[in-house]
Design a protein around this ligand. Structure first.
Ligand code: ATP
Ligand code: MG
Length: 337
């Protein structure tokens, strides 16, 4: 106890900056990985084009949203200009084509929630999932990438949060914890909420990018190179932000009433979204609004058991970092004397 108290007294949050930045640096994929990804994409394009000349391939997910760490698998979307009723047929055909070109471990998962073909490319060693017509994912990938261009602290914070989530086993949607996509949205929202703000709300600005996908209008300000000084009035360091992030999710967030919304750049109420009742599998125990598919709660995977795991993990992380803080800054509620 003594030691812990001494640490808290002598603690200095800035001591955490260098080690946190070192983690971030160590996770950034080297340029040669990007080259290999492009090489594989070019091969896939060549193969797909022979069978479906009008189809297009897009990278999405962490290999394209700039939140991918070294050695990640890549996610590819095969987009047709029309609706596809029977994706199984196409996936099986695609698997055939890939197999005859010596790609390895080719597998069509036609009954998965998102049906895909999996494969491994022996030339580059990269594994890849290909889905069909998941254009919303391609668009939300662009949104995340655009946010990352505005202030480097988003990428730093998100790499550290993703690294923490993977190490602590809370990045497993099939076990009731959150997706990487959800964690990145939590980071964006958190930086939109800092004062001064570190990130703007791109969907609340002039719409320079506008596409209709599955009857959803996806529109926002994407000339982000004009916003490269946006966050500079805020001088917080990555250590302060990591501390603030965990403190918010441990002690600051109102789980009973609040929904975090990157779309509006603010908190909205569960009442307003009618996310107060359990409907089917949606329990709304932690609410993260998808920026485009706004009826979609990315916290839907969280159940009454995993919410406890998740909140205990947020508290543990907050308390570990707290030991480095000299005094309690404003955000942590002081117990009444
Ligand atoms: P990782 O490094 O863990 O692979 P990732 O960014 O690729 O991270 P995934 O969870 O594999 O994250 O998701 C891939 C992409 O699919 C996301 O970037 C997002 O575009 C889309 N996506 C994932 N989950 C959802 C969801 N629940 N709703 C909408 N889109 C989603
Ligand atoms: Mg992925």
């Amino acid at each position: 106890r003594m030691l812990k108290r001494q640490m808290a007294c002598r603690g200095d949050i800035h001591r955490l900056n260098a080690p946190l930045l070192a983690i971030y640096e160590s996770l950034i994929p080297p340029e040669e990985e990007r080259t290999k990804q492009k090489q594989l994409l070019a091969l896939l394009e060549k193969l797909v084009c022979k069978e479906w000349p009008k189809a297009q391939l897009f990278l999405y997910g962490s290999c394209a949203n700039s939140f991918g760490v070294s050695k990640s698998d890549i996610d590819v979307c095969l987009a047709f200009n029309e609706d596809i009723n029977d994706k199984s047929e196409i996936l099986l055909k695609l698997a055939d084509i890939l197999q005859s070109d010596n790609l390895q471990n080719v597998q069509a998962l036609t009954h998965a929630r998102v049906p895909i073909v999996k494969l491994m490319d022996p030339a580059t060693g990269i594994s890849c999932d290909i889905c069909i017509n998941n254009v919303l994912a391609v668009v939300n990938t662009k949104l995340l990438r655009d946010y990352a261009k505005i202030d480097v602290r988003l990428r730093q914070l998100a790499f550290i949060v993703k690294h923490w989530a993977k190490s602590r086993g809370v990045n497993e949607t099939y076990r009731g914890t959150l997706s990487s996509y959800a964690y990145v949205l939590m980071c964006i929202h958190f930086l939109q909420q800092r004062r001064p703000a570190i990130l703007p709300c791109l969907q609340g600005m002039e719409k320079t990018y506008n596409v209709m996908v599955d009857n959803i209008e996806c529109a926002y300000f994407d000339k982000v190179e004009q916003l490269s000084n946006f966050g500079s009035p805020n001088k917080e360091t990555v250590a302060q932000l990591v501390w603030g992030f965990f403190n918010y999710w441990a002690y600051g967030h109102d789980y009973a009433n609040s929904v975090i919304s990157v779309r509006t750049g603010s908190i909205i109420s569960k009442q307003e979204k009618d996310w107060t009742r359990r409907v089917g599998n949606d329990r709304h125990l932690i609410c993260i609004e998808d920026p485009f598919e706004i009826s979609h709660d990315l916290g839907r995977v969280v159940d009454k058991f995993s919410i406890r795991v998740l909140r205990e993990e947020f508290e543990r992380a907050a308390d570990v970092i707290q030991a480095y803080y000299p005094q309690n800054p404003l955000e942590k509620k002081k117990p009444k004397a």
